[in-house]
Design a protein around this ligand. Structure first.
Ligand code: CMP
Length: 152
C-alpha cells in the first residue's frame, strides 16, 4: 500500500465527523484564543489540525467566495485579513451541527447564553469564530488550510 494512498484514505475518512473553524482576528486580538480552545475541548471536540496564521485579503476573498455578492463582502474580507487567526479542523460525532450549537447564532445579539459568540463576539461582522455550515463545506474549508499531512 503506497504512502499517498494512505494519506488520501486518512483525509477522506469519516468526513461527517469533522468541521472547520477559525478563531477570528477580533477574538485573537482580545486574548481569547485560550478561552475559546478551552470551550472547544470541553465541548468534546478533538483537534485534528491547527495553525496560527494571517491570511491576505485575496485569500479571504477566495475562502468566502460564496458571499461575494453580499453587501458585507468587502467588510468581511478586510476584517478576516486584518490580523492573525487560528484555523483548525475539529472532530466529534455530528461535528458540524454540534459546533454550530456551541458557537451560537451568527449575530451575537441572538446567540444563546453559554455559547462562544455570546461570550466573546461583539457584532455580526466581528463574531469571534467561524464554523462550517455543512459536511461538504467543512471538507472544502479544511482543505483550503491543511494538507493531508497536517491532519492527525
Ligand atoms: P461566518 O460564520 O464566518 O460566515 C460568514 C460571515 O459573514 C459571518 O460569519 C459573519 O461574520 C459575516 N456576516 C454575515 N452577515 C453579515 C452582515 N450582515 N454584516 C457583516 N458581516 C456579516
Amino acid at each position: 500500500m503506497s504512502f499517498v494512498y494512505l494519506c488520501t484514505q486518512n483525509t477522506q475518512y469519516n468526513m461527517s465527523n469533522r468541521t472547520f473553524t477559525m478563531i477570528k482576528p477580533d477574538a485573537v486580538k482580545a486574548g481569547n484564543i485560550g478561552n475559546i480552545l478551552q470551550m472547544i475541548n470541553a465541548g468534546g471536540f478533538r483537534i485534528v489540525a491547527m495553525k496560527y496564521l494571517k491570511i491576505s485579503t485575496e485569500q479571504a476573498e477566495k475562502f468566502y467566495e460564496v458571499h461575494a455578492a453580499r453587501p458585507f463582502f468587502g467588510e468581511l474580507t478586510q476584517f478576516m485579513s486584518s490580523g492573525p487567526i487560528v484555523a483548525a479542523i475539529l472532530e466529534k460525532d455530528n461535528a458540524v451541527a454540534d459546533f454550530r450549537k456551541l458557537i451560537g447564532a451568527t449575530n451575537p445579539a441572538q446567540a444563546e447564553e453559554g455559547t462562544i459568540r455570546k461570550r466573546y463576539a461583539a457584532s455580526i461582522g466581528e463574531n469571534a469564530v467561524h464554523g462550517s455550515d455543512s459536511d461538504e463545506n467543512a471538507q472544502i474549508e479544511g482543505a483550503f488550510f491543511f494538507s493531508g499531512l497536517e491532519q492527525f
